[in-house]
Write a protein that binds this ligand. Sequence first.
Ligand SMILES: Cc1cc2nc3c(=O)[nH]c(=O)nc-3n(C[C@H](O)[C@H](O)[C@H](O)COP(=O)(O)O)c2cc1C
Length: 387
Amino acid sequence: MSAIARIIGDPRGVALIPDGRTPILRVLDLARWAPSGDNVQTWSFRVQGPLAAEIAGRDTRDHVLYDRDGEASHLALGALVESARIAATGLGMELLAAPDLRDPRRPVVGLQLRPAAGRADPLLPWIARRATQRRPLSTRAPAAEDRAAIELALAGSGYRLRWFTGLAQRWAWARLWWHNAGIRLRCPEAYPVHRDIVDWHDRMSPDRVPADALGASLPIRLVMRWALGSWRRVDRLNRWAAGTIAPRLELDLLPALRCGAHVALVAEGRESGLAARLAAGAAVQRLWLAAASRGLRFQPAYTPLVFAAYDRADERFTVRDDLQRDAHALRLRLERMLGADDAGRAVFLARLGYGPEPASRSTRLPIERLVEQTMQRETPAPVRAGG
Ligand SMILES: Cc1cc2nc3c(=O)[nH]c(=O)nc-3n(C[C@H](O)[C@H](O)[C@H](O)COP(=O)(O)O)c2cc1C
């Protein structure tokens, strides 16, 4: 009898971490590799038995400029649930997910595993290997069969992919990234995010983004580290030393040029609520995993969508009028690139291309930190799951 069958047949078969690994913990342990904006991992897990758990979501809208209305957190939650669904197939099971979205600031997703026939999802091996690659990539356009495989992974998701290849199109996106970075770097409201998310010490960071993974050269890194010590420094550097030019060149313009393609993930429908955001997050994850499975490295460019959304909603995101106007111009630029309709429906932008896996990346908080402690105490005495 397999470990899973033993557990299913045993109503006491609840294993606690770290002693034993129940199927649901194994699923969550793999799923926690889902991406989240700046690696914030806005979730915790409430284990309810060997085959059931709840994901308790939260968001960072109150202090992260880029998490407008919690959308980035909701996308990440959708990616997490999709990862759990894929992970379940590796145990010969299927995952039923029941989202409770009544409180958008605290979405809860109930998970229930049950045995199912069927093969493991081909995206499964890539869940933990998928990573953000921010360094320059090959400018070779993705091969037709790789594009087809990625589109197949999105079939039935409710989202379609638009591809932009060739120098002229990459140049147009590079100008958009440049424009976007000009807002990001000069925006006082974005400063606390930039200050807090970089891990200057570790090449593998469990809860932030390692400085090495940003793709900056040593001189730029040193200046960034010094400047991010206070907003006054950033502001002075920007005003008097054209401080945004070097990082914009190195971290935005050049990577946006040096890649094989830019992509925009666009909703086929017009739904915009929380359920739609979870579905969009699932599609993002499938896109990203499929790209990884074809040797295509991937870097999101999410913030242009955020500034465009602030502008579309006529929402003030900064005290600086010039940046508010820049966001309007950025939105118009995006609409020229995608068309006004698709620009409004786009849920994710990214660049991708062939190249090496990143040598430095964000890792994740250990599963023990993600499982809510109260639930651990309430869980019955451990029985070794044996698997
Ligand atoms: C909704 C969302 C938005 C993101 N936006 C950006 C972005 O604009 N630029 C970027 O370089 N990475 C972006 N990322 C990538 C995250 O920083 C990255 O996934 C996280 O740090 C974990 O690292 P990993 O992908 O290497 O596992 C985004 C990820 C998500 C889920």
